[in-house]
Design a protein. Structure first.
Length: 431
């Protein structure tokens, strides 16, 4: 797939729109990674493209990815001063451009950015860290550990790296070429990879503890949550996370499909299923549109593709003889409950109605795989690995981040946890 870059005139126009605020609300309040946004945009204005990429590289290694898929209006662009009275600066577009220009076009590398620091940290070259899981958190942790001169080995259950960046986000939102290029850029820092290694099967945590100075766990939490309603066990009810991860879709041609949920997974499932030939795709969300976790642009694109949204509706029962045939819905109203900061959806009595449906996809959130409960680590009430402020688990030699540790569910937040965990691991093994 050809990568579409902004032309230089567009870049200058978008960059010049930035006020270069001294207080940097986009960086400090908006960006989970605290990227120095005004500085990298200033360098773009000066046509110092590699320097702009290097500036971003001080805080992130996923520029080409976050620039494309972050919920910018809920993060950096949502905090932009320009957005108070007009349109915010196109920070995402400019971040993606800085990556495309430096890496894809000019063939620079992350190693160029970090070479001096790697050389100055030679005292750490005998230290070894195992990173289990090669998604956003694991990749970022690995890169920042390598930057500190530490030997890093990633253990990955698949034969590729990227995690949900590959199997959770559709090609139309994130080209696989960008992910492959980003991964290669990170591995060039000297990181080793052991593929087809899965905890509980051919990978043992106790064995790794003996060989490595520290371990970072980042295997994600990709088991779809259930509604626990009647009929959920019928054939034709799927988990959204699994559909995207394993790509084992039924034949949707001429079928009616309901996607339950309001986040990015729900949007990705709905848009993917529509592209695979479904006659009708309906997204059912129990709150109002303004409460949807998915970014507004994703909702707009889904609507433009013919996907219908049923806001303030809830599924109460799946109906069928062995397989899905109908679903019972009920309308909801939003009420303010004591102690709650968010409006709570409450079912409206006697507003039930039935709709014909062929498939139902549950995209209501996710939880860790069963193996996590067998690792001997303390868990929180949701089944995530419990970590302290240093990203340390109940075993001081083992750290965790990303979805597995219950970190906020965006790529930038996962990456931030990987980066900060790397800093703490360096302190731990340098004692």
């Amino acid at each position: 797939m050809k990568i579409q870059m902004l032309n230089l005139n567009e870049v200058q126009e978008k960059a010049n729109y930035c006020l270069n605020c001294k207080v940097k609300p986009c960086s400090v309040k908006g960006c989970p990674l605290n990227n120095n946004i005004p500085e990298f945009i200033k360098l773009l204005k000066e046509e110092k493209y590699f320097e702009a990429y290097k500036t971003l590289s001080q805080t992130t290694v996923l520029q080409g990815i976050c620039g494309r898929i972050c919920p910018h209006m809920k993060q950096c662009q949502g905090a932009c001063v320009r957005g108070i009275k007009g349109e915010p600066v196109s920070i995402g577009d400019l971040e993606a451009f800085s990556y495309d220009k430096a890496i894809t076009e000019e063939k620079h590398s992350l190693l160029e950015c970090y070479q001096e620091e790697i050389e100055s940290n030679k005292q750490n070259k005998t230290k070894k860290v195992a990173v289990i899981g090669g998604g956003p958190a694991g990749l970022t942790c690995s890169a920042f550990l390598a930057r500190s001169g530490i030997q890093v080995t990633i253990f990955e259950k698949y034969d590729y790296l990227g995690g949900l960046l590959v199997h959770g986000i559709p090609e139309f939102r994130l080209p696989k070429k960008i992910v492959e290029e980003t991964v290669q850029n990170i591995l060039e820092l000297g990181i080793k990879v052991e593929y087809n290694q899965e905890l509980g099967k051919n990978l043992n945590l106790e064995d790794l503890e003996k060989e490595y100075d520290a371990i970072f766990l980042s295997i994600g939490a990709n088991v779809s949550s259930k509604m626990e309603i009647e009929g959920e066990e019928l054939e034709g009810v799927y988990g959204g996370n699994e559909l995207l991860e394993y790509n084992l879709h039924p034949d949707y041609n001429g079928k009616k499909v309901a996607v339950i949920g309001g986040g990015n997974v729900a949007m990705d499932c709905a848009r993917t299923i529509k592209r695979l030939g479904a006659k009708e795709v309906k997204v059912i969300y129990r709150r109002a549109r303004e409460q949807m976790p998915a970014e507004d642009k994703e909702v707009e694109e889904a609507i433009s593709e013919g996907i219908e949204f049923l806001f303030q509706n809830n599924v109460v029962k799946v109906i069928g003889n062995g397989k899905v045939e109908k679903m019972e819905l009920i309308k909801t109203e939003l009420v303010q409950k004591e102690g709650e900061t968010r409006l709570v959806p409450v079912n409206i009595e006697n507003s039930n109605y039935i709709q014909d449906i062929d498939y139902i996809v549950m995209a209501l959130g996710s939880k860790p795989a069963g193996i996590v409960s067998k690792l001997g680590l303390e868990l929180n009430k949701w089944g995530n690995i419990l970590i302290n402020e240093k990203y340390q688990t109940s075993n001081p030699k083992i750290y965790s981040g990303g979805d597995l540790a219950g970190i906020k569910g965006t790529v930038a937040w996962a990456a931030q946890s990987g980066r900060e965990a790397a800093k703490e691991i360096v302190k731990y093994i340098e004692k």
